[in-house]
Design a protein around this ligand. Structure first.
Ligand code: 3ON
Ligand code: FE
Length: 494
């Protein structure tokens, strides 16, 4: 196949694994309002607002490494822009587990992705507690910042000091430690409020219950739960993300099985017990939004394409059809018990590809299209278009065209014409999720900025890069005074 040939040539030009893995280290300090020095370009004139990022900040304790970076304790970075000048504050989320483990510098909890306590299988067997590590996303709800981890409740943080206020039930909305997704969606286009935060929680088991919640996130009612519904589906559900349209909340239940035995026996982490089941069909769950036309009606279940999906990009309604863009993997990418995550063979892991599902709600059928074969993750649209048709999407991608590799480039794709442009931080730079912030009074969808935390493998340190969303030109680069491991999600707060 000519593709393989291309892949070899591409690989040759590609990254150095140590440049990539050097990002995996503990964040060494907590800083407060540290002004950032510009190293390239210029401050963005009149820029005001705060970039918030979450991700693992502790990866090793007392010489023991986590088995997977998704098991690392959450660390929040806030970069506040005052008339274009950025100031950095960072804090670990002071979860109960973080505080206990910090005291003795030793892991005393097992991790979902395979981190074990010292002492072998016997010491891990039958310990089914989860440490809520608050490491996945950070959003503003009402007057609080929430650090999120999907298998347990949110941690509230003070928006200015980033002090951890503690686990919150959101004024009694949640039961203590009730699962609360790490992928809330901000809906700026509803008739109910100028800003809604739409999110969910899943209770899994032989049957799974999805609780869909919509919070007002603007004005005097900000932080208040206004819609709430629960629906139960057959089978185990692993739902990391979802998508919204005007009338629907959309979930994709991957065709996987969860066999908890190795977890219970102390041999594997819970997420290492997930396995694709080729005899099963993936399912879409369409839950009517209580703010929409189909309020109160039962959900629809429709067969979904094969593959494994963590993240969706966006969805919109087109007559009786739903268009949903997602990142598809061929299989669930798990780091096995005998593998070292800092030295993985990228060729052995499936790569993410941007695909479009066009789902006909009348015939209950789905067509799948692939935008590009290039590996990508963390795709976003202009936040003003979330839930509506978007022409553009920005994402992190590999530098090379084919095969799996670390994310080193930022790509802008026109979802209608499939045209794409790209900015690469390679060969020694590694990107994260781009945060798209429309410029003030912008009229065009691609008018705005992309904020990217970059691992600079040459300098072995982190940079903040601001790109022009339209042409991906580099506008400003700041060297950060802390080193931040490859992270997960973030948001922009005005
Ligand atoms: O019954 C349980 C249900 C449940 C919710 C099973 C379970 C214990 C596995 C579970 C817990 C799930 C958790 C805690 C998931 C956390 C996910 C997480 C922290 C991150 C996921 C990130 C996904 C992707 C695709 C990231 C990709 C990143 C790159 C390619 C670059 O580094
Ligand atoms: Fe995610």
């Amino acid at each position: 196949m000519t593709n393989l040939q291309d892949k070899k040539i591409d690989k040759f030009k590609s990254f150095n694994k140590e440049d990539w893995s050097s990002a995996y280290q503990n964040v060494e300090k907590e800083l407060t309002k540290e002004p950032l020095k510009i190293s390239k370009g210029n401050n963005i004139k009149n820029l005001n607002g705060t970039l918030l990022r979450n991700g693992p900040g502790i990866l090793e304790r007392g010489g023991q490494w986590v088995h997977h970076p998704f098991d690392g304790d959450g660390m929040i970075t806030s970069i506040k822009f005052e008339n274009g000048q950025p100031f950095l504050t960072n804090r670990f989320v002071k979860t109960q587990g973080y505080l206990e483990e910090e005291k003795i510098n030793k892991f005393i909890y097992r991790g979902v992705f395979g981190t074990q306590k010292n002492g072998g299988i016997l010491n891990n067997a039958l310990d089914l507690k989860f440490k809520n590590i608050a490491n996945t996303h950070v959003v503003k709800l009402g007057d609080e910042i929430l650090a999120l981890w999907e298998a347990a409740g949110p941690h509230a943080m003070d928006p200015d000091s980033l002090d951890t206020i503690g686990l919150t039930t959101l004024k009694g909305v949640l039961k203590p430690n009730e699962a609360f997704s790490a992928h809330p969606k901000t809906d700026l286009n509803s008739n109910t409020s100028s800003e809604l935060l739409v999110t969910f929680g899943v209770q899994t088991g032989p049957k799974s219950t999805i609780r869909l919640m919509e919070f007002d996130n603007a004005g005097t009612n900000s932080g208040k739960l206004i819609f709430d519904r629960k629906d139960t589906f057959n089978g185990f559900a692993f739902l990391h993300d979802f998508a919204i349209t005007t009338n629907w909340a959309i979930f994709l239940q991957n065709a996987i099985d969860f066999n908890p035995l190795p977890f219970v026996m102390g041999q594997r982490g819970a997420a290492q017990c997930l396995k694709s089941n080729p005899n099963k069909k993936a399912k879409f769950f369409f839950i009517p939004r209580e703010s929409g036309l189909f309020r109160g009606q039962p959900p629809l279940t429709i067969d979904a394409p094969e593959g494994f999906v963590f993240h969706h990009v966006n969805a919109f309604e087109k007559d009786s059809k739903i268009v949903l863009d997602s990142i598809f993997y061929d299989d669930f990418p798990s780091v096995g018990p005998d593998e070292n995550f800092r030295d993985i063979d990228f060729d052995k892991y499936p790569e993410g590809k941007l695909k479009r599902s066009i789902i006909d709600l009348k015939t209950k059928t789905c067509e799948l299209e692939t935008f590009s074969e290039q590996c990508c993750e963390f795709a976003v649209v202009n936040p003003k278009n979330l839930g509506l048709k978007a022409t553009f999407s920005w994402m992190a991608s590999t530098s090379q065209k084919l095969g799996n590799a670390p994310l080193q480039a930022i790509k802008k794709i026109n979802l209608t014409s499939k045209e794409e442009i790209s900015w690469s931080a390679g060969p020694s730079g590694f990107v994260s999720e781009p945060i798209m912030v429309p410029s003030e009074n912008s009229s065009k969808e691609d008018e705005g900025f992309l904020f990217i935390l970059l691992w600079n493998g040459e300098r072995r340190g982190s940079d903040l890069v601001i790109l022009d969303a339209k042409d991906l030109k580099e506008l400003a680069v700041y060297e950060l005074p802390i080193s931040i491991p490859h992270g997960l999600h973030g948001s922009w707060v005005n």
